[in-house]
Design a protein around this ligand. Structure first.
Ligand code: DAH
Length: 339
């Protein structure tokens, strides 16, 4: 028995010595000390030992068990330390390495132009209001004094969803929606996407953006319109910018005008940029038509006001000297990076 125990001990210690990992160490523990382990089976065979020898043999088994256990513990501590060191070595970070360069994104020219526009009008006390891109024909046309069968409906090649619902062709329907709410006075701008079934070229796209403006209050005159839009032009294109109003026609304003700004490239002398005229067309505007007030529940004998509509892409193209609108939608980062 003594011999057998001695052999078990020697073999166990040899295996513990040779074990390189915590896993094999655990296997060794199970093989010797587990329920079906070698040492445990020796204990089980105690019944064959003469009763007077049992305490002695029991003591010997316990001694061997203690030796194996302490060797297991010792080796486990060494292996755990080694494993931790290896892990730390593998995960080491070289803090002297240069960091990877990451590209920082920035705003699209349309967004920059819109933020500039909003800054100017919010600074003058305007509210920013949004409206739906999918719009009733009634708001997009009828309430803006464009009755069914009016030729203006052809001018704005409309995408119809059904006979009553369209993709809005302009941001002007937000005027009607805001007036209908009846909270007066109104001083608002409404930026947003609009749609027309246009062919794509350097100055056209089936989807682009407009910013609508509307002021309704008592005693608002054409002089207020001129003063406001002239100030807007100066803030957008520079202090020396001059403005000029040309008579025009829009169904929802009377009188209507288009506003030109003096060319900020040549100062009005005439250049390639302004096609030699010294002026650049910038927006449509006018005094809100009495019919529009009536259809939106406002008394035109008490209230007056003006409205305007600006093409956002047009502003972005002019301000950042981009000569093809398609560049704004391709989203080529080499292009976008420049702004
Ligand atoms: N909605 C017009 C367009 O798409 C632009 C416009 C012109 C808006 C005059 C207005 C306005 O509010 O008064 O061509």
């Amino acid at each position: 028995m003594n011999n057998q125990l001695e052999k078990i001990k020697e073999e166990a210690l040899r295996q513990i010595q040779a074990s390189g990992t915590l896993d094999t160490l655990n296997e060794i523990r199970v093989a010797y000390l587990g329920k079906k382990g070698e040492l445990t089976s020796v204990l089980k065979s105690m019944k064959d030992v003469a009763p007077e020898d049992r305490p002695k043999v029991g003591q010997m088994v316990n001694d061997v068990r203690a030796i194996i256990e302490s060797s297991l513990e010792e080796t486990k501590a060494i292996l755990a330390k080694k494993a931790r060191e290896e892990q730390l070595k593998a995960e080491v970070i070289d803090v002297t390495l240069p960091a990877k360069k990451s590209n920082v994104g920035h705003s699209h020219p349309n967004t920059i132009a819109l933020e500039e526009l909003e800054r100017i009008f919010v600074g003058m006390g305007y509210e920013v209001v949004e409206g739906p891109e999918i719009e009733y024909d009634e708001y997009n046309f009828t309430k803006l004094n464009i009755p069914p069968n009016h030729p203006a409906k052809d001018e704005q090649d409309t995408f119809y969803i059904n006979k009553d619902i369209v993709l809005r062709t302009q941001t002007s329907p937000v005027q009607a929606r805001t007036m209908e709410k009846g909270k007066l006075p109104i001083r608002m701008i409404s930026p947003g996407r609009v749609f027309r079934s246009d062919e794509v070229d350097a100055t056209h796209s089936p989807s682009f953006h407009q910013v609508e403006g509307l002021v309704v209050d008592k005693n608002i005159t054409f002089a207020d319109l001129k003063g406001t839009l002239a100030e807007f032009a100066r803030q957008l294109f520079g202090e020396d910018t001059k403005v000029k109003f040309r008579p025009h026609h829009f169904p929802f304003t009377e009188p209507s005008a288009e506003m030109d700004v003096s060319c900020f490239k040549c100062g009005g002398m005439g250049c390639r940029f302004c096609k030699g005229s010294g002026w650049i067309e910038i927006l449509g505007c006018g005094m809100v038509h009495p019919h529009v007030y009536e259809m939106c529940g406002i008394d035109p004998d008490v209230y007056t006001g003006f409205a305007f509509g600006v093409g956002l892409e047009r502003i972005a193209l002019l301000k950042y000297e981009i000569d093809d609108m398609r560049l704004l939608y391709e989203n080529d980062v080499r292009f976008l990076k420049q702004f």
